[in-house]
Design a binder for this molecule. Sequence first.
Ligand code: ATP
Ligand code: MG
Length: 568
Amino acid sequence: MSRLYAPTLKEDPAEAELASHRLLLRAGMIRREASGLYSYLPLAWRSIRKIEDIIRDEMEAIGAQEMEVPILTDGELWQQSGRWNDYGPELMRLTDRHDRSFALGPTHEETFTDLVRGELKSYRQLPVTLYQIQDKFRDERRPRFGVMRSREFIMKDLYSFDKDVEGMNESYRKMYVAYSNIFTRCGLDFRAVEADSGAIGGGHSEEFTVLAPEGESRIACCDACSYAASDEKAALRPIDAPDEAELPLEKVATPHTSTIALLAEYLKIPVEKTIKAVAYQTEDDTLILAFLRGDHEVNEIKLANAVPGARELRMADEDAIRAVGGCPGFMSPIGIKEGTHIVVDETAMRMHNAVSGANEADFHYMNVNPKRDFGAVTVADIRLVEEGDACPVCEQGHLHIGRGIEAGQIFALGTKYSEAMGATFLDEAGKAQPMQMGCYGIGVGRTMAAAIEQNHDEHGIIWPRAIAPYEVVVVAVNAKVEEQLAYAEEIYEELRAAGVDVLLDDRRERAGVKFNDCDLIGYPVRIAIGPKTIENGSIEVKVRRTGELVNFARDTYLKGVQDMLAAL
Ligand code: ATP
Ligand code: MG
């Protein structure tokens, strides 16, 4: 350890919002180079390597082949798949000296599809499964949380090519099992949840979410059946409003009621009787007006999916709203210029005699009956799941909201890329067919950070054994005392010879400083060699997770340590 490059910090770094980010910086494991760009220092790199080795092992077990493609990808391929435009500003684009367009790979569907098209010509050559572990680049809107959401990050990405849907589903199922094994072997508590397929596209998809209260992903899990989904995806049943006779539309003055809460209070009606509007604009400035029951929230992913061509949404400018006849704070679909994208949530569509804006400042409509009054609007489930919502799958269950970190995602892509890029093979009948693809990613750095987010206390990291930088640290309590240092070295060598992954803390620092560092860096097991050891051969062993302290004799400590490790 006296030679190890692990510059620990005494103080909490101000920029770190999450425990994992703070602890990785404090433990001298990562350093920031620029916004969203981090270096992994030696301790972190050992954890990364261990995670990668677990991944390799599980991939090998299902016959996937490791390889590597260039990080730089030809813009022409992105044009062919249609993603040069679709991917948006996250794609890091650049131009070479001959004015040709390139992008730093954010994911590699195009490259791998290009690699196999023309080579895999017959159904007899399929399936083929290829993967790499490599740096990816995404110009994230908000890089944050250190390596959890960075602009350059390590990803294992895998692509499967099958001859038919059954084959693709079989590849997907194998990968699901392999991913479950990987995260289990990393020592993580996780859930596989149904997911939106985002910019990758395609059909069925699941995310592997490491459970952590501070995680960015919200997930919804049914308390009665196995349904679990990310909040982006969680489907919701429309809620029926109690039957009522429809009353005639009426415009009423409602001064100072530009929020739903103020409106409900002013009219003395429950919020559930109001319809609210949220206005968005897409990348190309197209306006989208969303309407929901007053107490519901918009799911922006579902909303974007409901409007063809929409991807990243931002809040709309007031001018854009006024240009279609809308009045911010007082909106309804009634009287909005034709051709405007209006999306009404399924539940809002079933309301009776509701209140919504009149597209005029300080006025609302009463007795709004959407089916009668809204005209030609898009009706879709655009609501964000809430605690206690009815399960979309089973009859009796309710959804509960939890939080976590998406560490991996798997996609059954179908023929999205093979069709766009002409990756076909000849089937049994000699007919050209597009390959059925799947793609599968794991964020290696994010998995490491997620492990810390899930396993830490006020003193530092508590590594799961399988991915700890070292499993055991041997501390010479006072390294200035020749005998202690020599004894510690002897124990260190003995453990190494026994195949234990061990580090020697031979620094001439105070014992308190060294023990604090042990807790901060979070080695699963700490062995202290101090005056007592010299006196009577007693060896103190501490388990980081439980705080359990055991004193072993010289001839029993090795077995004791091995048993402790095995139990972790
Ligand atoms: P997110 O929704 O968090 O932005 P994503 O769904 O866009 O991620 P995928 O395309 O599914 O990401 O990429 C596969 C894996 O790569 C993710 O599950 C995650 O572990 C990792 N990953 C994605 N973006 C980043 C990033 N900016 N920094 C670190 N890891 C990332
Ligand atoms: Mg994902």
